[in-house]
Ligand binder design. Structure first.
Ligand SMILES: [Zn+2]
Length: 258
């Protein structure tokens, strides 16, 4: 295991069924792996509730509440009212993950766009940071981010350095995870090299996106050590500096005092 002083995982899904067998065991092992904070990103209302339960139970977990673009066709019409109620909870620090996913043809784009806009309006109303999912939808995502100007993070950023510049101009942060360690990684590596250190956060997307040498296996927040090792190498700084700065960034975005 590389050295890992302070890991803040800004994006994990501990409510996922991949953790049904041993969820509490996995979570309880995180502090011994130097994990000091996790934001559990929601995919739908049920997962938002599950994330809140985890955040109530563990002092190092905070929850986001929101509906992922792949889930919007199943969400009830009063979703925004329900989310508004959840977002006043003191352990709910963000609205997410929300956004657009054009990798598949379903749900139809107009439905995704409609729910993305509704949730962006809610974030503006409540002045909450957002966690943005943008898969193969850079143009529409940027258009709506320019329109609503939310605070928050572009998670699992897959764009070019040029697109990253545009995100930075909006004042937002960029989340990088296991993909920077992949052998064929090009854009994430370029982005990891160019980002100002005060705009970068680390994430797993656990149970997905494990870094090398665990690619394809179930991920957990402790494995950020490997992602951090690679990013520190790309940037020519120490892992300690990277972890401590990205942890500060996460706390600033989400208003968390560790
Ligand atoms: Zn996610």
């Amino acid at each position: 295991m590389p050295e890992n002083p302070l890991i803040f995982d800004t994006h994990a899904h501990y409510d996922d069924k991949a953790f049904d067998e041993d969820r509490h065991e996995v979570i309880e092992s995180l502090p011994s792996q130097k994990v000091c904070g996790v934001v559990n990103a929601a995919s739908n209302l049920e997962s938002s509730r599950a994330g809140i339960e985890l955040a109530e139970r563990y002092p190092f977990i905070w929850a986001a509440a929101g509906v992922h673009p792949q889930e919007v066709s199943n969400t009830p019409e009063n979703t925004i009212e329900i989310l508004r109620g959840m977002l006043v909870h003191p352990r709910v620090v963000a609205l997410g993950e929300i956004g657009l996913d054009y990798h598949y043809d379903t749900p139809p784009r107009d439905v995704q766009l409609d729910w993305f806009e509704r949730q962006l309006r809610l974030a503006a109303e409540l002045d909450k940071p957002v966690i943005i999912h943008d898969r193969e939808a850079h143009e529409d995502t940027m258009r709506l981010l320019r329109k609503y100007r939310p605070r928050g993070v572009l998670h699992c950023f897959s764009g070019s350095p040029q697109l990253a510049e545009q995100v930075l101009e909006l004042g937002m942060y960029i989340g990088l995870g296991g993909t920077v360690t992949f052998k064929n990684a090009k854009k994430p590596v370029e982005v990891a090299a160019m980002l100002p250190l005060d705009r970068l956060v680390l994430e797993t997307d656990a149970p997905y996106m494990s870094p090398v040498p665990f690619r394809g296996k179930r991920c957990h927040s402790g494995l950020i050590a490997y992602t951090a090792e690679r990013i520190a190498e790309i940037r020519g700084i120490s892992v300690e500096e990277l972890l401590s700065q990205t942890c500060d960034n996460a706390c600033r975005i989400y208003g968390i005092a560790l």
